[in-house]
Ligand binder design. Structure first.
Ligand SMILES: Nc1ncnc2c1ncn2[C@@H]1O[C@H](COP(=O)(O)OP(=O)(O)OP(=O)(O)O)[C@@H](O)[C@H]1O
Length: 209
């Protein structure tokens, strides 16, 4: 299975932000989406994952092939680290909780309530969810926010292992994850010329970019 995206156009707040986005992601490969704040990276990732409809274009695989890690970690504050992972494992029908605890360095925190984790620890738990999904395509929106250098390196290693096992990763990030093997896609050239009719951008659009 490969992820083929063809001529994708997507909108935010009723305005077209990107159009004509095309790329192919093959097993074992990572693609890093780059572009300035507001270009539409989050919007593109949300659209690819089926969280909002595309205005145009095709995505070759269903959203069920993807595991999306958004800005928010979606933790259950009153559940422990292990319970959070067990919840997700039940949702995705896997038995990968212990594996995720070990690989994201969460074993020592396994019985702590998510509410009592530090910001970086919460992020590690949010990212550990990717491991329990068992899904091949990881879609990551600024995954390293709040992580210290050691945790960034740890997570880069987790991504590398996922790729080595035939997985794929699509990553919006402003920092260098140290994934030298990743290809880069600059979204700049795909910025929609007009939210509506191909004319100049509206004042409203400018206000947000
Ligand atoms: N509710 C909204 N109404 C109108 N415009 C919006 C709305 N939400 C977001 N936008 C705009 O849509 C554009 C795309 O936003 P998006 O979050 O996808 O960008 P991004 O590339 O992920 O940015 P960043 O690097 O800052 O995370 C931005 O210009 C943003 O201001």
């Amino acid at each position: 299975m490969e992820l083929r995206v063809t001529n994708l156009a997507c909108a935010r707040g009723g305005l077209t932000v990107l159009e004509g986005v095309s790329f192919t992601l093959r097993p074992g490969h990572a693609l890093v989406l780059r572009g300035p704040n507001g270009i539409g990276k989050t919007t593109a990732l949300r659209t690819l994952c089926g969280l909002q409809p595309a205005l145009a274009g095709e995505v070759s695989v269903p959203p069920e092939s993807m595991a999306y890690a958004a800005h928010a970690d979606g933790l259950k504050a009153t559940l422990t680290v292990t319970e959070n992972l067990a919840f997700w494992a039940a949702v995705y029908g896997t038995d990968l909780v212990e594996d995720a605890l070990q690989r994201m360095n969460l074993d020592a925190l396994r019985d702590r309530m998510a509410a009592n984790l530090s910001a970086g620890q919460k992020r590690r738990l949010g990212l550990a969810r990717l491991l329990v999904t068992g899904r091949p395509i990881w879609v990551l929106d600024e995954p390293t926010v709040s992580l210290d250098a050691a945790s960034v390196a740890l997570f880069a290693g987790v991504i590398r292992a996922h790729l080595a096992a035939g997985g794929m990763a699509l990553i919006a990030t402003h920092i260098d994850l140290g994934l030298d093997e990743a290809e880069i896609l600059d979204l700049g050239p795909f910025k929609a010329r007009s939210p509506r009719d191909g004319g100049p951008a509206s004042a409203f659009d400018e206000a947000f970019t």
